[in-house]
Write a protein that binds this ligand. Sequence first.
Ligand code: TEU
Length: 557
Amino acid sequence: MKHTDWYKDAIIYQIYPRSFCDSNNDGMGDIQGIISKIDYLKNLGINCIWLSPVYDSPQEDNGYDISDYYSIYKPFGTMDDLKELINKLHENGIRLIMDLVVNHTSSEHKWFKEALKDSNSKYRNYYYFKKGKGKNYNRPPNNWTGFFGGTTWERVGNSPYYYLHLFAKGQPDLNWENEEVRKEVKNILKFYLDMGVDGFRCDVITLISKKQDFKNRAPTLALCGKDAYVNGPRLHEFLHELYLDVYSNYDCMTVGETVLSTLNEAKELTIPSREELSMVFNFDHTNVDNFFGVKWIERKFNLKRFKKIFSKWQNGMYEVNGWNSLFIENHDQRRSPGRFNTSLDNEYKDISSKMLASTYFLMQGTPFIYQGQELGMTNGDFKTIDDFKDVETHNIDKMRKEIPILRPILNKSLFRESRDNARTPFQWDDSEFAGFSTITPWIQVNKNKKEINAKKELQDENSLLYYYQKLIKLRKEYKIIKTGKYNDLLPNSKYIFAYNRKENNEELVVISNFSKKNIKCKLLSKYKEYKLLLSNYEDNDNTILKPYETRILYREG
Ligand code: TEU
């Protein structure tokens, strides 16, 4: 089969299955629920779905802890449901990519259970078991810390050994140095590709190769030891191996969640001739409002910094023929309304969300929409720590209680940054459980379901939902959005984000006001002869941008 680059024309919608649609009313979303909403997705215009994990799992990290790669978590459905979903999506011209979580398994996976049971088992070498230090081995093998706070090592009972887990305790890291592990991964990939899946979103793929010295690293505020486990020495080799042995035989795509990668590293991962990944998620722009990439430490949003990040990645990737993914939300980020200088005030909420949408959606790369983003869903209204379900939130809360110097910072950021903000049930209508379920869902429904829901937006031609539909249409219609060169037109403006996409004499221009003020903008008269393709206001002035106004302009070559 020919390996093509269809992913460059994809518009991808991310589904977090737990929270999308509950078909059997057990309070949790499921695959049949997704099937029942295919018409909704088709109407929006997306042509690919990224499905967050549906594999069997004890759900310590909502499915990012897999106990069996070859079966489906029962409350989500069965393998037959998955096949039905793939077929029905394909019949509707929608592809499906699965979440591939192979940096770690669940501690409930049979490999790990075997490894624990018998230290001579071959599965011991599927993971990292290292002896502790100190008297009675009561200190971990080294000082590395992980993504959910605290040490990356968990002791095995009273034995001298500890196992490595970069995320929760229930997520032991796989040892990719072991060829057997890589074979297992290839078998999983083939299984799903043969079933008809169109590709994978590769969870924390930049962490799979670890430096083998396992020595202490200089202490840091954020992740200690990251130079030992991020973009490790054999990362490129492992990915190329998967490409040669599996991906190249299918017309599939891969998008790597490349946490903590620099532009140069990301380029190496996506330059087509290197045959590693199709594209990457970089997080520089979602780190714009924190320090050191640590979301708990808030930093004031700054538009100039935001623009600089986009210019860097847009131009960097363009130069080497690499490929970006474009996103502002996912299941790990808080919701975008009220973020990136957008407004939560009734008067401007939708207007400013449309403005943000135009701005990120028309850059070069493949755009992603996270479920509910198209409605303008907002952060959850959690009142106490018990309202949260997320393992990360609870781990960080524990740290907040145990480590007094962290308390002031975490008191401020814990609720705001909890990943559960993006995981509340999808708001289909204004009924008690928002049309997501008929019983109390696994996590509370947002109170604003009355004002923000799909049913209401489908009846309002000016809704954010229809605005996304229009943006998607533009991407399909104007090839320049896929291929044109990106240029920041006003890098020094504190309020305006203006860029163009150019190819020969053809030009597409996006001008957005990231502030609540009326702003004079010289570009408006410069482009006044251009055709207005879309705006979030009905009348547009030739000199002034209204609060949060956005305009998409076009001139044929
Ligand atoms: O996230 C990886 C990741 O980098 C996390 O640090 C993420 O940014 C974190 O949630 C920030 O608070 C992936 C998945 O997207 C996430 O849901 C999983 O929990 C994680 O991997 C482990 O599989």
